[in-house]
Design a protein around this ligand. Structure first.
Ligand code: BT5
Length: 260
């Protein structure tokens, strides 16, 4: 993967701009700075290696050289998207899931931001915003997708089992350029539907552990256990307790696990 192979592969999608790095701290940091200095809508930052890749709450995200897709997409939300910014993580997760589906895999979305294949984490999404006063000026959608086996972090870093496309497909995966093109093609289509019930419905249908007992944790503490019922229209998670009372879990520093 290099700048010219990416440009060629993505040319039909008309990205607003493209910055490619052989090695970078974090593509999200580069994209946040670029967005703040006027990057166009649908601009992309892509790196072959990240040395300071981040997950939520500054958890570490591994992107060893030559092994994975580390990409940050800048969106400048228009009037249709503005009322639905909380759905952005779902937009990204569905787009990554669609790209996996196209390869014949059966992806699931572990709310809020993980894409699982065979119950293992293949990709993660990190959405961050650039503010202008009280308004969101732009969104940065960071996506880390494990393509080759070498993308997997050492087991001691993992709180959840990980997977790569190469391993899940059992053969040489498509090029990273092709995977990215498929993710972005899906993203353009889902973006048109961001305000529709269809997006929430598709997100909900793809949820891992739907109908099962799950635990919501903050750090290592279990906050709440219940049956995963579905999503609210803003993308919050709906759980039902033992008395069929519903509770809404909003985004934040929470993670979801199957209940023991
Ligand atoms: C995420 O956070 O899953 C969001 C990851 C977003 C990464 C992209 S890469 C491009 C862009 N630039 C960045 O700097 N970030 C974005 P979270 O749910 O907090 O999960 C983080 C946890 O996933 C870590 O604590 C590890 O346990 C695990 N992990 C780290 N690297 C992994 C990998 N390559 N594959 C699977 N799991 C990993």
């Amino acid at each position: 993967m290099n700048e010219s192979s990416l440009k060629k592969s993505l040319s039909k999608l008309n990205p607003g701009g493209l910055r490619y790095f052989d090695s970078v701290g974090s593509t999200n940091d580069e994209a946040l700075a670029w967005a703040a200095s006027g990057a166009k809508d649908f601009s992309l930052v892509v790196a072959d290696e990240q040395t300071q890749g981040r997950g939520r709450l500054d958890r570490k995200w591994f992107t060893p050289k030559g092994s994975a897709l580390a990409v940050s997409l800048i969106l400048r939300p228009g009037a249709a998207m503005r009322p639905h910014l909380s759905r952005t993580v779902g937009l990204a997760a569905l787009s990554v899931a669609d790209a996996c589906l196209k390869l014949g895999l059966s992806p699931q979305i572990k709310w809020p931001n993980d894409i699982l294949v065979n119950g293992r984490k293949l990709a993660g999404v990190l959405v961050e915003s650039v503010w202008s006063g009280e308004d969101v000026d732009s969104l940065v959608i960071g996506m880390g997708i494990n393509v080759y086996r070498a993308s997997l972090p050492p087991a001691e870093y993992l709180q959840f089992p990980a997977a790569s496309l190469e391993e899940m497909l059992g053969k040489e995966p498509p090029t990273r350029e092709e995977v990215l093109r498929n993710v972005l093609t899906a993203m353009l289509a889902w973006r048109e539907k961001i305000g529709t019930a269809r997006l929430i419905q598709a997100w909900e249908e793809n949820l891992a552990y739907r109908g099962e007992q799950v635990q919501i944790r903050a750090g290592s503490e279990s906050l709440i256990t219940g049956r995963l019922a579905g999503l609210e229209s803003d993308g919050s998670l709906r759980l039902m307790d033992a008395h069929d009372q519903s509770t809404t879990i909003r985004f934040g520093d929470v993670s979801l696990r199957p209940a023991a």
